[in-house]
Ligand binder design. Sequence first.
Ligand code: ZN
Length: 240
Amino acid sequence: MAKIVMLDSGHGGIDPGAIGPSGVREKDITLAVAKRVANILSPVVDVRLTRDSDTSYSHVTSTDLSIRARLANQAGADCFVSIHCNSATNNTAVGTETYHYPGSTLGNTLAKAVHTCVIPALGRVDRGIKTANFAVLRETDMPACLVEMAFISNPEEEALLGSAAFQETAAMAIAQGIANYLGVQLLEPVEPGTVRIIVDGQVLTGLLIDDRSYAPVRALAEALGRTVEWNEKTKTVKII
Ligand SMILES: [Zn+2]
């Protein structure tokens, strides 16, 4: 049974979250990153999203947050990771921090797993692992953490958060942290022009030419429990 991860992209719909000095909205960044995390994890983990579009569950924030936690509880998720951008009135505040619920040992383990991947990847100031009585951390039944990737209120970090490269880096790191916590192995990214072929859990590499995938026939046949006969004279491969 695949592990279930509930990814929560902070805010959404009527709640934009924090808005940067040049107008970048937190809800857009958190959704973009959560979707990227989902893409990276989905081959090896059962990924659920609290939202996959620009929506909210209620105009009452506490209700919206409770519904997100309930979705994770009903899914029987193995962990819950909420993705946010930080904000402060002082626009010089910068860096990355990760929260878990006070006294939650597994929450701390999860937060640590995510934080230790995100810090070197993003290269921002390490503000540390902290505890907070946030609703999504309090009301979720499973280990939960909330990562504040960077400060949208800081012009430099706002620009980073808005860039696809930073979002992808953050997503890779968050996904790696979750994978480490769950003890699952992420698939390596494929080289350009190649495809990954998974046969009963065995991973083969094939070629992608004109939108058609080509598999190494012997490896494929053997993965399917068959053998291959090669006739050099007629250049014929027989799968038997
Ligand atoms: Zn937020």
